[in-house]
Design a protein around this ligand. Structure first.
Ligand SMILES: [Zn+2]
Length: 98
């Protein structure tokens, strides 16, 4: 099964049923194909300076893991949005401390 649901917002590789996200380290082997939530792209941290990447990375990995493991629905969407808000707050806290 090589059905493609677009590119992974994390590693830019095609989202296939055996997607092994080389950036997050999360493997999806054996799990059903899923449509990655749009909000996942806002958890990417490649464009950030190294110090900010360290603050953002755990949120990104958690978001991707939860997005893969939980069924789509309003609660997952709300949870991912709150996680994004928390990530942005932590980035601002880090920047303020510099
Ligand atoms: Zn990926």
């Amino acid at each position: 099964m090589t059905e493609n649901y677009g590119a992974c917002s994390f590693c830019d590789m095609p989202l296939t049923s055996d997607h092994n996200c080389r950036k997050s380290g999360i493997a999806k082997v054996g799990k059903p194909i899923y449509e990655q939530s749009h909000i996942i792209r806002f958890f990417s941290y490649d464009h950030l300076p190294e110090s900010l990447q360290e603050v953002s990375r755990p949120f990104g990995i958690l978001a991707l893991q939860l997005d893969m493991d939980l069924p789509a629905g309003p609660e997952k969407s709300a949870g991912l949005r709150k996680l994004l808000e928390a990530k942005d707050c932590m980035v601002r806290a880090f920047v303020e401390a510099q």
